[in-house]
Ligand binder design. Sequence first.
Ligand code: TYD
Length: 245
Amino acid sequence: MTEPRIMPAHGLKSGVAGSNTAARFVTFEGMDGSGKSTQLSLLAATLKGLGIGVVLTREPGGTPLGETIRGLLLDANSRGMHATTELALMFASRAQLVAEVIEPALMRGDWVLCDRFVDSSEAYQGGGRGLGSDAVLAIHRALLGGRAPDLTILLDHDVAESVSRARVRSIAIEGKESRFEEEGQYFFERVKKAFLLIASREPERVFVTDAKRPVQVIHEEILREISRRFLPDLVLRHDLEEVNQ
Ligand code: TYD
């Protein structure tokens, strides 16, 4: 398959295409091993190629304080952690990330691409741990004024396959599974169900993509969605080729 490329249409100069590239906050969501990080990096490279300032970050973590909190959350030795403690720590890391990284980047006019955000808390702590959506959304409103992404890309994958991919990766990189990867099939089924419920509740914000397909196909679909929503003066090279045929 030809590599999809976003490019300026109608004689626009390459690089930043004026007001169309106003700062955007885009989050990537999905289960462990669904391919979020790969897609996030591919999108970042394409946007940077257009001259757009891009900040990449992740949750939990993304700041020095947040990375310390991440260590506590993922460490298999934190097994006794209560679900409410887990939720509080997720939001502690997030509050720091929003204040230290996300808001300043958006104020500068950069795009922010974030690997996970509040939807993960709703899916994992609300759904997986059974705390419910209301508790998560109430904390979100109280601490962050309900700050929502402009777009969320949900990579929808099979439970068993994605989790086994994540476990293999963690063992290769860290030498052990993370505390979340130790959870069983039913936990991840609740997580997946919660993600899909969020997507059906907020179809304008959440774009669901089938993550079982090849990386390049998914990347192309994400580019089309980004282009359609935020960069209307830019078209994919494929589209031009189709028009020219
Ligand atoms: P990570 O190794 O970054 O997994 P992934 O690459 O799949 O994102 O670990 C992050 C883990 O934290 C992941 O299992 C999901 C979990 N998590 C929550 O449970 N709640 C949250 O709010 C967030 C942001 C992550």
